[in-house]
Ligand binder design. Structure first.
Ligand SMILES: NC(=O)c1ccc[n+]([C@@H]2O[C@H](COP(=O)([O-])OP(=O)(O)OC[C@H]3O[C@@H](n4cnc5c(N)ncnc54)[C@H](O)[C@@H]3O)[C@@H](O)[C@H]2O)c1
Length: 261
């Protein structure tokens, strides 16, 4: 039997952390194409302005918040401001992240903590801030809101041979998978939450790795190329909009089937 049609909200609102450039920018543009107004959170104000201009050129509204995603209270302030401005929050993308190239013998306690704070605690910060709003938006399956967080292929591989990310980054990205599975149970059925695990995507962060190793890497990717922010944007837009939705608690690898890390 067909599902009863749900009344559509007047507008669709997304928050994208790390949305100034790279994968976050690609995802923000893909969400705008699906009709979302987008609030960007990032450290880079000029790059955020540029991305906000691109969102507005697509006919959508954009807000920018210059902030460090590691800040717990700041996350709450930003989420409150978005809700006050646009009345609802339908989708959160925890995308901001930073690699950590040091191994266990070199990494300081401060560097380890910072890597966990930017890549993993940031997800806690923003999910805890949006959850009460999304839960109040609807208690029926999928009516409250949706969340996705950017993990990495490194969560599975450990990334130990990679030039840019070693154990602390891999630990943070693997932590996102546990967080996602636990919160899918805790926040369901109202909120659907998933993790995204990109392989090598050509961005500012990826370039240091890819410049030196692109030909070698491509030999180990079934689809014969590196990924792009638009590739990840397609998956994010799908998770944000697919109806009816029966997808939560999952880790989606988007890597062209990559077996060389
Ligand atoms: N590029 C890849 O190959 C790849 C692969 C797997 C996972 N990822 C993940 O995808 C996400 C995006 O990476 P990218 O490649 O687009 O990198 P990027 O450096 O191009 O973009 C990251 C964005 O996050 C912002 N950011 C970083 N630290 C921040 C902080 N403390 N507070 C607020 N904003 C902050 C940066 O300013 C930047 O705009 C990250 O979580 C990264 O770990 C990337």
């Amino acid at each position: 039997m067909a599902e009863p049609a749900r009344p559509k909200p007047a507008r669709k609102v997304a928050i994208v952390t790390g949305g100034a450039r790279g994968i976050g920018r690609g995802c923000a543009l893909a969400l705008a194409d699906k009709g979302f107004d987008v609030a960007l959170v990032d450290l880079l104000a000029p790059e955020m302005e540029r991305t906000a201009g691109e969102l507005r050129a697509k006919g959508r509204q954009a807000l920018i918040f210059e902030a460090d995603v590691a800040g717990h209270l700041r996350a709450r302030e930003i989420v409150t401001a978005v809700k006050a401005e646009w009345g609802r929050i339908d989708f959160l993308l925890n995308n901001a992240g930073k690699s950590m190239p040091k191994g266990i013998l070199e990494c300081s306690e401060e560097e380890f903590d910072r890597t966990i704070d930017i890549n993993l605690k940031s997800c806690f910060n923003y999910i805890q801030a949006v959850a009460p709003i999304m839960l109040a938006q609807g208690s029926e399956p999928g009516t409250g809101g949706r969340i996705a967080s950017m993990s990495s292929l490194n969560a599975f591989t450990g990334g130990v041979t990679s030039a840019v990310s070693k154990f602390a980054y891999a630990a943070a990205k693997a932590g996102i998978l546990g967080l996602t599975r636990a919160l899918a149970k805790e926040l369901g059925p109202s909120i659907a939450i998933n993790a995204i695990c990109p392989g090598v995507i050509k961005t500012e962060l990826g370039n240091a790795l890819t410049r030196a190793r692109e030909p070698e890497l491509i030999k180990g990717i079934a689809l014969g190329r590196l990924g792009s922010p638009a590739d990840v944007g397609q998956l994010v837009a799908f998770l944000a909009t697919v109806e009816p939705n029966f997808i939560t608690g999952q880790a989606f690898q988007i890597d062209g089937f990559q077996w060389v890390i």
